[in-house]
Design a protein around this ligand. Sequence first.
Ligand code: ATP
Length: 202
Amino acid sequence: MQFTRLRLNGFKSFVDQTDLVIQAGLTGVVGPNGCGKSNLLEALRWVMGENRPTAMRGGGMEDVIFAGTATRAARNFAEVSLTIDNADRLAPAQFNDADAIDIIRRITRDAGSAYKAQGKDVRARDVQMLFADAATGATSPALVRQGQISELIHAKPKNRRRILEDAAGIAGLYQRRHEAELKLKGAEANLARLDDTVDQLA
Ligand code: ATP
């Protein structure tokens, strides 16, 4: 899965619309302290479905919205869009009708966040699955947060295994298994209620 453009609008320090064009050969982003290099990586993680404010160095998810400066008023929303090259048509059928896929996540103060793919509303789960199946996403080991290495060193074996599973691209399968188990439990509860009703009628 090849990312070709990251577009930020009102996200953290990127108050005006800013495009990061990701071309072959891009190996680094340099700039003075505090210019927004980590914010770029956080925008990438966020648009892929990150839901932990702590992973975005914030106390709440609305902290990703530009908070204002002495000269610029705060914004009411933040939006990040990620363009993915889909020329090989490997994306799931739901996304699979174009050479490029645009995923947009937008958060509005007091209204939460929502996703769009190719201009249509999609669920967070669909976006997370799209990236999980391609062995990437918000928790991908390819995105290394500040402090993450020491977390990894001190992690329990079970959590370390989860990192390997993410890298192997099977995180989406765990999610699907979890959803299947919930459905199974629901079906079992329905069957038990049906048995009760049959007993009462007998
Ligand atoms: P370093 O090299 O020191 O790690 P960096 O280039 O990675 O720095 P970032 O950490 O990405 O910089 O950006 C920090 C800047 O982003 C700070 O100036 C901070 O004030 C600004 N910032 C973070 N959140 C917001 C927000 N919600 N609104 C406005 N500015 C924000």
